[in-house]
Write a protein that binds this ligand. Structure first.
Ligand code: ADP
Length: 184
């Protein structure tokens, strides 16, 4: 049973590593960014509401994310574990997740924080070419990360759940470092 939260700035490699680890552990990789992009593409009611926030690099309002995650973590495939990627993204969402996990009688094992220097983040993101990866939106996403998401590093460190991994290495090296740190 493995339950992990992945933290990291945009471009830190969190999505790639979360997917790799989820495949290795045969558990779902739950990426709020992927779910939202999919809702936007499909033009669902949630997608219509989320579109302008996502395209501008702003956080989608908490109540939309909280409903979406409550529903996702109630799906049967989450019984064997999960990796959360992109959630929680601020302290309000972290508090909500605590309560939701209590309700579900589940516990998160570790919070993996991928640490990558700023210069490298920007060059990685510009090379990636996702629709919300224009230079202006990237700058805004990094600001939002610093203001709202980075405080979660201390939040989880204080609770002794944090594992920090140097993320500016090859993908395989980072995967190996995470596996070692979480003892998988
Ligand atoms: P990255 O980690 O590269 O910023 P993501 O795919 O995780 O990319 O997220 C892309 C966008 O999706 C964010 O900029 C935000 O608009 C939206 N988003 C994803 N997760 C959340 C969340 N937990 N709360 C609010 N908005 C979110």
């Amino acid at each position: 049973m493995t339950r992990l939260i992945f933290l990291g700035a945009p471009g830190a490699g969190k999505g790639t590593q979360a997917k790799t680890l989820a495949d290795l552990c045969a558990i779902p990789h739950i990426s709020t960014g992927d779910i939202l992009r999919n809702e936007v593409t499909q033009g669902t009611p949630l997608g219509v509401k989320a579109k302008s926030y996502q395209e501008g690099g702003e956080l989608v309002p908490d109540h939309l994310i909280l409903d979406m995650m409550r529903e996702r973590l109630n799906q049967p495939d989450t019984k064997d574990g999960w990796i959360l990627d992109g959630f929680p993204r601020n302290v309000t969402q972290a508090g909500f997740l605590d309560n939701l996990l209590k309700e579900l009688d589940q516990k998160c094992d570790r919070v993996v924080n991928l640490d990558v220097p700023d210069e490298e983040l920007v060059s990685r993101l510009l090379g990636r070419g996702r629709p919300d990866d224009t230079e202006e939106v990237i700058r805004r996403r990094l600001e939002v990360y610093r203001e709202q998401t980075a405080p979660l590093i201390d939040y989880y460190r204080d609770r002794h759940q944090l594992v920090s991994i140097e993320g500016s290495r090859s993908m395989a090296e980072v995967t190996a470092a995470i596996q070692k740190a979480i003892d998988l």
